[in-house]
Design a binder for this molecule. Structure first.
Ligand SMILES: NC(=O)C1=CN([C@@H]2O[C@H](COP(=O)(O)OP(=O)(O)OC[C@H]3O[C@@H](n4cnc5c(N)ncnc54)[C@H](OP(=O)(O)O)[C@@H]3O)[C@@H](O)[C@H]2O)C=CC1
Ligand SMILES: Cc1cn([C@H]2C[C@H](O)[C@@H](COP(=O)(O)OP(=O)(O)O[C@H]3O[C@@H](C)C(=O)[C@@H](O)[C@H]3O)O2)c(=O)[nH]c1=O
Length: 287
């Protein structure tokens, strides 16, 4: 199986590459960073697909700077909407599947309880709107696809809330974090294991196209996630800061974020028999 993987220097791309290198799955990996495949360049995708003739595409590359996207709409849509459309149309042409990633930020956060795949998205920010446009283009392309909608991704590398908090909580006296935005932290390493299970099923001739919510179980707020990170730092005797909860109104950002973005992942569990860890045990397992 020849796998074309984008975004290999990102959190999820790097985790997938690492998981593949440890797996027994027979495969050839075409691992492409931005220099080998620039997704913002309109002709590069078709050229790459024709040159490599993959059997499956995995696309974790994305424009993920949520606040910056508010003033950089064209770039966000080029990478999160137009590039996935071209990848999906290429996949349809070659008759191969596409595994893609999307976000909890497609929802407006107003629901009481966890969001279902059948709920109507209504993004509050440009990043969410660009990711939703990507989802819709993939579905319209007619290619076999799995879109994993996930949330609050973290890992030991790259740019993420986990590493930002580790830095702030070990350098400052006080750190304030919002306690009125709820969701589920998701380790990139676990997402990579989910992808490996999908590859395994595809090789066994099983495939079920669609959108799947994909996070560990449970829900917390950003403060709750920061508390878990603070506890980890305390166990390393590196915690310097007092951590306090604040309302979002006290932490103004260019992009509005959903108040509740917990995703119900029963469809993923039921369709693919994929086990979901709870977010706290995933936090200790994957870091
Ligand atoms: N991070 C999160 O909290 C969440 C992420 N997601 C989704 O999961 C997926 C993976 O996210 P994550 O790994 O965290 O993202 P990262 O920001 O860690 O990585 C994104 C990758 O995309 C690459 N990229 C950006 N622009 C281009 C371009 N023009 N051409 C080629 N590559 C490009 C980046 O390259 P370079 O390294 O050169 O900048 C980087 O390697 C994305 O689809 C994201 O929307 C969903 C929910 C939460
Ligand atoms: C650094 C910091 C952030 N915050 C708040 C701001 C924001 O509401 C929340 C999260 O901040 P961040 O900007 O790190 O996270 P953000 O970029 O919003 O993370 C999102 O990224 C994209 C890619 C996704 O798809 C989402 O699932 C989600 O993970 O925490 C504080 O309250 N205090 C702080 O010191």
């Amino acid at each position: 199986m020849k796998i074309l993987l984008t975004g290999i220097n990102g959190q999820v791309g790097a985790a997938i590459q690492q998981a593949l290198s440890r797996s027994t799955l027979p495969h050839e990996l075409i691992a492409l960073d931005r220099h080998r495949l620039d997704l913002s360049e309109s002709t590069s995708i078709e050229r790459a697909l024709d040159a490599h003739q993959p059997d499956i595409i995995i696309n974790p590359a994305a424009y993920t700077a949520v606040d910056q996207a508010e003033s950089d709409q064209d770039a966000a849509f080029a990478i999160n909407a137009i590039a996935p459309k071209q990848l999906a149309e290429g996949a349809a042409r070659l008759g191969i599947p596409l595994i893609h990633f999307s976000t909890d930020y497609v929802f407006n956060g107003s629901k009481q309880g966890a969001w279902l795949e059948s709920d109507t998205p209504q993004p509050l920010n440009v990043y969410g709107a660009s990711k939703l446009a990507g989802e819709q283009a993939i579905a319209a392309s007619g290619c076999a696809h799995v879109i994993l909608r996930t949330s609050w991704v973290y890992s030991g590398g790259g740019k993420n809330f986990y590493l930002t908090m580790r830095r702030l909580l070990s350098q400052r006296d006080a750190v304030n974090v919002v306690d009125d935005q709820f969701g589920t932290p998701t380790p990139a390493g676990w997402l990579a294991e989910v992808v490996l299970q999908l590859l395994d099923r595809w090789q066994a001739g099983q495939w079920h196209s669609g959108i799947y919510h994909c996070t560990p179980t449970g829900v917390t707020h950003w403060l709750g996630f920061a508390e878990a990170i603070a506890a980890q730092l305390a166990s390393e005797q590196r915690l310097t800061a007092k951590l306090s909860g604040i309302p979002s109104s006290d932490y103004p950002t260019p992009a509005q974020r959903p108040a509740n973005s917990q995703l119900c992942c029963n469809k993923l569990r039921g369709t693919w028999a994929i086990a979901l860890p709870d977010w706290q045990s995933a936090f200790t397992t994957y870091l």
